[in-house]
Every structure is written in structure tokens, then in C-alpha cells.
Design a protein around this ligand. Structure first.
Ligand code: LCS
Length: 394
């Protein structure tokens, strides 16, 4: 199947997933093998020299993993995918491939906590510098770029502030400066946003979230816009070893078939919930890209196919009220992660973004009272009734 030859809802079900050639199995087989037999010594040598592109060892490549890489690359309309063991393995692969001693990265300030910690506390040990800015403010990106800047890293919508960065505008800045633009598309999935089409060089995902969608797998994906970028990242991934396991890849292949259905169902619930939450007397503010009160509402409409299923809000009673709500919900599960078929609620300042420290959080606009809700595909009335009874407990 070629890029764009079918609609996205169809591609979620079929891309990369042709019936198997041996028995016609409709589901891609799980090639649970760490290594692959060669017919003879010459074939083994040819595979290692690159003359024969057959499989040799699962850390380097595996047919089940390849099917998933083809699938997500097609959904993102990129050149090729590279699956990883987790979203953080995808992110560390990008940083290790394109950054090094003396290089500099500009990143969205409000990124997933460990992404920021990885740059600030780990990559810095290898001589990498980083500057965190509000990438929704284009001038602050331009100001942060230095002669040694190698990449701009954008997460949009950002976790957990839901601030939105104009990908096409940042790509112009990146091109002018001759630096790579990497976009974390986890919050949208390719159903709602296609960064490569907007000018990004690499798009990445924590597939743990919407793409797999069932809170039962950790996985990541990198999609490159061309062969060279993919080759460079593959080389690093093969040495560092953050490869996905074939069984894990197969679970994601199963999950992705319902990606479009799940994203649309969660989004429909989130839209209704955000409107109602904004009117609730115990709510201080709601951040949701589908609300006109969102600072980048117009940009969200232009850049995204829909506002998504993630809502952040602050309660009038601050941290104490937030704790009461999180301890009182029943249907929404108090847990980190997001993008599952079930609704999940959590407190970024004490959970997902705790590692950043309070100074970085306040600079990134993550208030101590912010509560993040990943709206699932349950019946809307059930989600609302559960949240409202929890709000009543404040
Ligand atoms: N990028 C984003 C935007 C994320 O939200 C996460 C994880 C990652 C990358 C890392 O992916 P992982 O290695 O976990 O597959 N976000 C989480 C969150 O907000 N709660 O728990 C995990």
C-alpha cells in the first residue's frame, strides 16, 4: 500500500499488515526469534555486509517489528519507521544520534518530565547543552538558537500544559538555521496531526499511549522523513539496544487497528467534558485545544484534525482540592500514562513531572494544582457522573 492511497481510518487497519505469505494468516505472525538462520556462510556474510537485506538478529531487525514500522511510517506519511522498546528509547536515540559534545538543543520547556531530565541531567554529562523555551512563542526559539544548535525539539500539544507550537512556522526557523526539527506527536497520534507534512524532519511517539491504546504495552517509534536520517538513528539504536521485542510489536499492531476509532471516541467525550468542566463552579481554569479559551485555539484548528482527548484543569482549592478529586474518582483510574481506552487521571507536579523539580515546572507553566485527565472511550455520562461526584467531595 502506498502513502495516501487510502484514507487514514483504513490505513490504521491495513498499513504494513498484509496477510502472511506462508499460510495466509490475516494477522501478522509474531516472529518470536532472536536470531535468523542463514542458508550458508556466504549468505550470512552478505547480510552483514548489507548486500542481502534479509534478517539476521532481532536487535537489528525483525519481520514483526518491520510490519509495525511500515504501518506507523505510512500513517505519519514518512519515509520509514524505527520501533523502540519505549518512548524514552526513541527520544534517547534521537538525542544520541544528533547531539554530542559541544552541540546544543532547543526544546519545548513543558515536555514530558523525563525528556527534559534526560537533556538536563544525562546528556549534559556528555557535553550537550540545552535551552528550554516556550516554543509556542516563536521569537523565543529564534533567540535561543546558537551556532552550535543541532536540533529543535518540540512537543505539541505539550505534556501537561497542552500549549501548542506552530510546527510549520518552527520548521521554517529550523530550515533557516540549518538544524533538525524533531516533533513528539504522542498527544495527537497521526490521526490528529502529521508533523512531517508540516515540515518536521523526524516525528516520534510513545506508542505506550494512543497508538497501542490499551495500557498494556510500553513502546516507542521514530519516523524519519528520509532514508539517511533513519539509517543514522538505526545505527545508534543497534548499538545502544533499545529495540522493541517482536511480541510487544505485535500487540501494538493489534492496538493500532482501532486507533482512529479510539481517538475519535475519546475526543468526542473530551470535548463535551471540557465544555462542562469550564462551567463547573469548583474549576479555576480548563486547558483544552477545543475550547475557545485555549490561547492557541485558532492554531489548533489549523494544525490538528481535532482537539484530542487530553484535558488539563486547575481546581479552585489548589493542590488540596486536586488530591481530594484524585482520591475520590472511581471510574477514572488514578494512574500516570495516557491515551488508553480507559480514562486516567493524575497530578503532574507530584507524579509525571516530579523529576523536573519545582523551578523548571514553574518556568514551564506547570502549576502545582494542575490535574491531567486522559479521557477514555467509556460512556460520556459515566465519566461525567464519576468526576462530578469527586468534585462534590471538595
Ligand atoms: N513523550 C510523551 C509526550 C510522553 O507523554 C511520554 C510518557 C513519553 C514521551 C515517554 O514514553 P514512554 O517511555 O513512557 O513510553 N508519558 C507519560 C505520562 O505522561 N505519564 O506516564 C508516562
Amino acid at each position: 500500500m502506498k502513502h495516501g492511497s487510502v484514507k487514514l481510518d483504513t490505513a490504521c487497519i491495513h498499513a504494513g499488515q498484509a496477510p502472511d505469505k506462508l499460510f495466509g494468516g490475516v494477522s501478522v505472525p509474531i516472529f518470536q526469534s532472536s536470531t535468523f538462520a542463514f542458508e550458508d556462510a556466504a549468505q550470512g556474510a552478505a547480510r552483514f555486509s548489507g548486500k542481502d537485506d534479509g534478517y539476521k538478529y532481532t536487535r537489528i531487525g525483525n519481520p514483526t517489528t518491520s510490519a509495525l514500522e511500515c504501518c506507523i511510517a505510512e500513517l505519519e506519511e514518512g519515509f520509514a519507521g524505527l520501533a523502540t522498546a519505549t518512548g524514552m528509547a526513541a527520544i534517547s536515540t534521537v538525542f544520541m544520534t544528533f547531539l554530542g559534545a559541544g552541540k546544543h538543543a532547543v526544546s519545548t520547556g513543558s515536555v514530558y518530565g523525563p525528556t527534559r531530565t534526560l537533556l538536563e541531567k544525562e546528556m549534559s554529562r556528555f557535553g550537550v547543552e540545552s535551552t528550554f523555551v516556550d516554543t509556542a512563542d516563536l521569537a523565543s526559539i529564534e533567540k535561543a538558537i546558537k551556532s552550535n544548535t543541532a536540533l529543535i525539539y518540540v512537543e505539541t500539544p505539550a505534556n501537561p500544559t497542552l500549549a501548542i507550537t506552530d510546527i510549520a512556522a518552527v520548521s521554517e526557523i529550523a530550515k533557516k538555521a540549518g538544524v533538525l526539527l524533531v516533533v513528539d506527536n504522542t498527544f495527537c497520534s497521526p490521526v490528529l496531526q502529521k508533523p512531517l507534512k508540516l515540515g518536521a524532519d523526524i516525528v516520534l511517539h510513545s506508542m505506550t499511549k494512543f497508538i497501542n491504546g490499551h495500557s498494556d504495552v510500553v513502546a516507542g517509534m521514530l519516523v524519519a522523513k528520509n532514508a539517511e536520517l533513519r539509517k543514522q538513528m538505526h545505527q545508534v539504536l543497534c548499538q545502544t539496544g533499545g529495540t522493541i521485542d517482536p511480541h510487544q510489536a505485535w500487540l501494538v499492531l493489534r492496538g493500532v487497528k482501532t486507533l482512529a476509532l479510539r481517538v475519535k471516541a475519546g475526543q468526542a467525550n473530551a470535548m463535551r467534558l471540557a465544555v462542562e468542566l469550564e462551567k463547573h463552579p469548583k474549576i479555576e481554569w480548563v486547558k483544552y485545544p477545543g475550547l475557545q479559551s485555549h490561547p492557541q485555539y485558532e492554531l489548533a484548528k489549523k494544525q490538528m484534525a481535532g482537539p484530542g482527548a487530553m484535558i488539563s484543569f486547575e481546581l479552585k482549592g489548589g493542590v488540596k482540592a486536586g488530591k481530594t478529586v484524585m482520591d475520590s474518582v472511581g471510574l477514572s483510574t488514578l494512574a500516570v500514562s495516557l491515551g488508553g481506552i480507559e480514562s486516567l487521571i493524575q497530578h503532574p507536579a507530584s507524579m509525571t513531572h516530579a523529576s523536573m523539580g519545582s523551578e523548571a515546572r514553574s518556568q514551564a507553566g506547570i502549576s502545582d494544582g494542575l490535574v491531567r485527565l486522559s479521557v477514555g472511550c467509556e460512556d460520556y455520562e459515566d465519566i461525567k457522573a464519576d468526576l462530578w461526584q469527586a468534585l462534590d467531595k471538595i
